[in-house]
Design a protein around this ligand. Structure first.
Ligand SMILES: [Fe+2]
Ligand SMILES: [Fe+2]
Length: 136
């Protein structure tokens, strides 16, 4: 269902990030289940929750990036912006009443979160763990 190597939650080794990733993933699973049930109303409510959780999480990461003077801040933040827009597009599609391919939406959500965690967040986690300002 997912890109090879991106179908498992990859820990970054930074406790705050990993705790929030686990929460995001739980909500993603709930959205996916609602989509597959064909329960559009429930999926929309859960997507709104996912957007809240994700916005809060992105702020956590962006704060950590500033705290540790992360050189890749801008690129990482831009990717966060793209991810939020993709999430909003799915919500709009669902709320418009247009037909939605549930399996495709489930697949997109899977890729949406996990590939970012496995790439940008993985690199960020490694950087933070090696930062002198990091307290595990
Ligand atoms: Fe991130
Ligand atoms: Fe993240």
């Amino acid at each position: 269902m997912t890109d090879q190597g991106h179908d498992e939650l990859q820990p970054t080794g930074v406790a705050d990030i990993d705790r929030e990733h686990a929460l995001e993933l739980r909500v993603v699973r709930e959205v996916q289940a609602a989509l597959l049930e064909g329960n559009r109303e429930k999926a929309l409510l859960l997507l709104a929750r996912l957007e809240d959780v994700t916005n809060a999480h992105f702020l956590t990461e962006q704060l950590l990036m500033r705290l540790h003077a992360y050189a890749g801040y801008e690129q990482h933040e831009q990717e966060h912006d793209v991810l939020i827009r993709e999430l909003q597009a799915l919500s709009q599609q669902l709320s418009s009443g247009a037909p939605v391919d549930a399996r495709l939406a489930v697949h997109q959500l899977e890729h949406w979160l996990l590939s970012h965690m496995a790439t940008e967040d993985h690199v960020l986690g490694e950087f933070i763990r090696q930062s002198p300002a990091h307290t595990p």
